[in-house]
Design a protein around this ligand. Structure first.
Ligand SMILES: [Zn+2]
Length: 193
């Protein structure tokens, strides 16, 4: 599950640091992503840069920390460009692995209903409830010109994208083979559904 931290004022890092259970590392992750993206990147792509519930936006991990084994197996730590975390043991909390979303779109990403194409940054919908998002291009993280706040890493996006494809295939192509569980053999990450 992606990190569940909300802020009354997303542009107030001091408030974030006051919340119980927020570590300096996670507070920095939140603060830097909010500085880079400003608001939900998907709502912005929809033409609604102001979220319906402003307090619901926050930075989320594209690959959640609990999937560290998949992160390590793909060697993703070697692809990180975020200078602020290089040398630390928490490279998953880098801007390369984060994006600001509202709660609705966090749900869609965390449960693999949608993914962001690693090369084109276009949203691909894998489930009917998110069909309206299909084809929208995410631009906000890539619009930021601060080299200290890099956008999502294409290798990170690739792992999320192929995980969506695997889950989609698992639900459709192998629907007649209930005993087949080949797709849970460790090739992709699982959601919290
Ligand atoms: Zn949103």
């Amino acid at each position: 599950m992606v990190e569940q931290i909300s802020y009354g004022d997303p542009h107030s890092p001091s408030q974030a640091e006051m919340l119980p259970g927020v570590t300096p590392s996670s507070a920095s992750f939140q603060r830097r992503l909010l500085e880079r993206d400003q608001t939900c990147a998907i709502c912005t792509a929809c033409g609604h840069p102001e979220p319906i519930v402003p307090s619901s936006i926050h930075g989320v991990h594209i690959i959640p920390a609990k999937h560290r084994q998949f992160w390590d197996s793909r060697g993703l730590s070697r692809t990180i460009t975020d200078q602020s975390v290089l040398g630390s043991d928490d490279l998953m909390s880098s801007c390369d692995n984060g994006i600001v979303l509202c709660q609705r779109h966090e749900h869609d990403l965390a449960n693999f209903y949608i993914s962001i194409h690693p090369e084109t940054h276009v949203i691909v919908s894998f489930q009917p409830p998110t069909a309206e998002l299909h084809g929208l291009k995410i631009t906000t993280p890539w619009d930021c010109q601060n080299p200290l706040l890099p956008p999502p890493n294409k290798d990170v996006l690739h792992l999320h994208f192929v995980s969506c494809i695997s889950r989609w295939i698992g639900r459709h192509a192998y629907a007649r083979e209930p005993d087949s569980d080949s797709l849970s053999s460790g090739s992709d990450i699982e959601s919290d559904e």
